[in-house]
Structure formats: C-alpha cells, structure tokens
Design a protein. Structure first.
Length: 247
C-alpha cells in the first residue's frame, strides 16, 4: 500500500501536469455553440441525434454496422476507463470517425464530477484528452457529464476547458432494460418522448440488447417519421471543423 506521503506526491504531480496541459492546449473555437452550458435539444429542424455513452466496448463494431445499414450517423461519448479501456479499441475510434460519426468526451473514469475538486475535474478531462491525442492526434470539444450530474463549479470548469456540454431530451433508460423482453420499454420511452419533441437521445453501446434490438428499432422509427439521424455537431448546425482540436 502506498504511504500518504507517496500519494500526496503523486497527486501533486498530476495537478501540475493538468495545470500545464490547461495552459498549453488550444481552447478557443469559432463555433456559435456556447461552452459550459448544458444543451438538451437539437436546433436544426428535422434532425435527431443518437448518442451512446460509456464505450468503447465489445458491441460497438456491431452498432457501427447497424448505423451503416440505415445510412445514419451518431455521437459516441467515450470514457478512458469504464467497461474496458479506450486504449484497447483504437480501431473502433478510427472506424467511427472514418464513417462520419462524432466522438466526444465522457471523462476519464466516469466519476460524478460534482463530488470532485477543481483540479480533479480538470484531470478527468485532460487525461482523456491525452488518450485521444495518442490514438487520433486530436481531442473533442464536445462532452457529456457522467450521470448527467453537474453544479456551477463543474460547468465553470467545462467552460474553462472550452467544452460544449451535451445533455439529453430522450433518455431511453436502456441500462434498466438490458434484456430481450424488457428493452422494448426503452423503445416505447424513446417513441413517446419523440412524440413531444425530444431530439437528443441517450443510450449506451455497452449493453447488448441496446445494440442488438433497440438501435435498429429506433432507426426504423426515425426513418418512418421522416427525420434524419445525425451527429450532435450536425444537429446543432456546427461544422465538423469545430468538433475537435489538436495540440
């Protein structure tokens, strides 16, 4: 077990590293999308944004196959460490980008940011930026908060880092229904919330029944309503050059 003294040194090093990263990486954008403000709806008429949290995972390639079959694109909010590690799935990231999907940050290890101090919040974001840079050579402007939980300090930190914070207007609650019989509850919730104008959809590509059942049925429903499944950036009218930045 590490001594308190050693742990203090490690935390100090991480804090210094995060501060250096904060100062040296580009944080400015010409986008009209506001930073540090939770965005829950698309602004481009006729669009809907399917978003998938907590990956990448073993089902993500299958999800990409299904999206391709329906000529649809989506947004993936990725963790550094969650079900697995982002470092194990560079092929998923490269494939997703090549096929027109958008990648965003979901923090390094999916901690509830409202329970962390400022330096820890910054580290949760910059550690994942490091991995994006290693794999792709750039990192995202867009992020989603773990558990959708925030406070003023969290949003201020996201603004400081230049992140666009994406919320949700259709939460499928698929994590409660990861069963072939139950997943239809998530589809019905999707359909009903679509009826009342929801346009940013939350699901998770770490759940088998989401990928194997829910996604295709959502895509069929979207098509039947004459809507277009696009990325978060597209549904906000933000061109692709504003989605990422490099060091």
């Amino acid at each position: 077990m590490r001594s308190p003294f050693v742990l203090a040194i490690i935390l100090s090093i991480l804090s210094i590293s995060s501060a250096t990263t904060l100062q040296t990486r580009p944080r400015q954008s010409t986008s009209h999308v506001p930073v540090g403000t939770v965005i829950n709806q698309c602004t481009v008429p006729g669009t809907i944004a399917l978003t998938f949290d907590d990956g990448p995972w073993i089902y993500t390639h299958k999800l990409l196959d299904t999206l391709a079959e329906y000529d649809a694109v989506a947004t993936f909010f990725l963790n550094g460490i969650n079900k697995g590690s982002i470092t194990f799935y560079p092929d998923v990231l490269h494939r997703a980008v090549a096929e027109g999907h958008q990648l965003g940050s979901h923090t390094w290890s999916h901690q509830s940011l409202d329970a962390l101090d400022h330096s820890s919040i910054i580290s949760q974001m910059t550690m994942l930026e490091d991995e994006f840079l290693q794999i792709l050579g750039y990192f995202p402007f867009y992020m989603r908060l773990p558990y959708l939980v925030s406070n003023d300090a969290v949003l201020a930190a996201m603004a400081e880092l230049g992140y666009y914070v994406i919320g949700v207007s259709i939460d499928t609650k698929d994590y409660e229904n990861d069963d072939p019989g139950l997943i239809w509850k998530s589809f019905e919730k999707f359909r009903l919330e679509l009826d009342v104008g929801g346009s940013i959809v939350l699901a998770h590509d770490v759940h088998m029944n989401t990928v194997e059942i829910l996604v295709e049925n959502m895509l069929k429903e979207i098509r039947s309503r004459g809507l277009k499944a696009v990325t978060i950036g597209e549904c906000l009218g933000d061109p692709v050059e504003n989605w990422y930045r490099s060091s």
